[in-house]
Write a protein that binds this ligand. Structure first.
Ligand code: ZN
Length: 171
């Protein structure tokens, strides 16, 4: 199953003219956050840098595929992760804290919509970017053609992400 989605990610990276080495292509990661409904809730990515100081990756989302609401808390007296998303291909629907937007573009499966609480919409087209401050709620979804975005962050802390929906983990 994961192989199918890895191939779809590769095809989209090629369409977006993102050049990957053979090793990077083999290392494309995927997570369904433990829910087992990958096409609705999931993500695929290739990591370029991942240390306790810097994180850089390209992320691929299928059309309508969602990364569930979460925040990046601090630890050990340090601020949480700051993330910048830059859209490279397709369209990214991003939701952050703030005034709820009317008529949002994204859609959620009814049975889990209650675990999404921030509705301020930011739509990113290729070449547009947005920075999410540490420890603030956000979630995002691929638009009609899916999306590729580059993610630049201060550190890789996927292990301590706090999701609004109970039981989720980045795996
Ligand atoms: Zn995040």
């Amino acid at each position: 199953m994961k192989e199918k989605y890895r191939r779809m990610a590769l095809e989209c990276f090629e369409k977006a003219h993102i050049i990957l080495t053979k090793k990077e292509k083999e290392r494309i990661g995927a997570s369904d956050f433990g829910l087992g409904r990958f096409e609705q809730i999931g993500v695929q990515f290739v990591e370029y840098v991942s240390s306790n100081r810097v994180s850089a990756k390209d992320v691929y989302l299928l059309p309508g595929q969602t990364v569930p609401e979460h925040r990046h808390p601090g630890r050990d007296c340090r601020l949480g992760k700051e993330e910048t998303f830059r859209c490279r291909y397709g369209r990214l629907y991003l939701y952050v804290e703030g005034l709820p937007s009317a008529n949002i573009a994204g859609t959620l499966p009814e049975d889990i919509a209650q675990y999404f609480t921030v509705w301020h919409e930011i739509i990113l087209n290729p070449g547009e970017q947005y920075t999410i401050p540490p420890d603030t709620l956000h979630w995002f979804q691929g638009g009609p053609e899916g999306a590729i975005m580059s993610e630049f962050a201060t550190e890789s802390t996927d292990d301590i992400d706090e999701f609004t929906m109970p039981g989720l983990k980045f795996c």
